[in-house]
Design a protein around this ligand. Structure first.
Ligand SMILES: [Zn+2]
Ligand SMILES: [Zn+2]
Ligand SMILES: [Zn+2]
Length: 112
């Protein structure tokens, strides 16, 4: 028996928000690839935060309500996943001009 010294090889510090310890390989923010390999760590210029804290601070999609990571499509103050920003009339992605209506966003073709 005996107390093992903490394993520092994988010690990446702790979340600056919730102070949980990081255990997995560091992941840069804005690149949510390689999912499923332990806990992800997101670095911002002045802080390292764990995934849950990062997701909490991420903007929420105005369509599906989930955190928007990576590419953010902004409409005014509201963030959207690019995939969530679709025309409520024809379902096409809104990449060009579109209008906000009472029933959602409408592309130029579906606009009244
Ligand atoms: Zn945290
Ligand atoms: Zn969304
Ligand atoms: Zn449309």
């Amino acid at each position: 028996m005996g107390i093992k010294p903490p394993d520092t090889t994988n010690d990446l510090g702790q979340c600056s928000s919730c102070f949980c310890r990081f255990k997995a390989s560091t992941q840069k923010a804005q690149s949510p690839r390689s999912r499923g390999v332990g806990q992800q760590v997101y670095e911002s210029p002045d802080a390292k935060v764990c995934e849950s804290c990062f997701l909490q601070s991420a903007p929420k999609c105005g369509a599906c309500g989930k955190p928007v990571i990576g590419t953010v499509a902004r409409v005014g103050e509201t963030a959207f996943h690019p995939d969530c920003l679709v025309c409520s009339g024809c379902g096409q992605k809104l990449t060009g001009a579109f209008a906000k209506t009472d029933s959602g966003f409408k592309c130029a073709n579906c606009r009244p």
